[in-house]
Design a protein. Structure first.
Length: 156
């Protein structure tokens, strides 16, 4: 499309002898640059707005709210666990003796019914810091276990 506009501007100059193409070309380039810039900036603004809406929805979630997951499970929030870098919901689906599920907060699709006041606060869970398993730590763990077994055998 842009190429056709440039070629039409050149054809107009060649047939009429008028030098309007010199004015049209910079205008078309500016319009094209503005269009490409808008195509790049608009998705970034939209993504930021969607992220802010999602964060406010998650932060306003409380115990007793009825939610729907992305998998279509509908349940009542019984507990919200905060592990620092991620959140987990404990929901109950079905009647009073229904199934209790543990889901990641990212699986939340829709809040169907909000409770006016939260029933209990959010539980903050401290996770133990563990080192990733490597061959070296695996060998050390085996050595420590063998040492403990020897100590127990010698005590008997």
């Amino acid at each position: 499309m842009l190429f056709n506009l440039f070629s039409e501007a050149q054809n107009t100059t060649a047939t009429t002898g008028c030098n309007n193409a010199g004015v049209m070309t910079p205008i078309l380039i500016v319009v094209a640059v503005l269009f490409v810039g808008a195509m790049i900036v608009y998705p970034m603004i939209s993504r930021k707005r969607n992220k802010k809406n999602e964060e406010s929805r998650v932060n306003s979630l409380s115990v007793g709210d009825t939610i729907e997951t992305v998998g279509g499970i509908i349940g009542v929030v019984k507990e919200i666990k905060d592990y620092g870098n991620r959140k987990e919901l404990i929901i109950q689906s079905g009647d009073e003796n229904g199934t209790t599920l543990s889901i990641d907060i990212k699986a939340l699709y829709l809040v169907l019914n909000k409770v006016s006041a939260p029933a209990c606060p959010v539980t903050v869970v401290e996770e133990a810091q563990t080192e990733p398993f490597t061959e070296e730590t695996g060998e050390n763990a085996d050595k420590e276990q063998k040492t403990e077994e020897k100590d127990e055998n010698s005590a008997n």
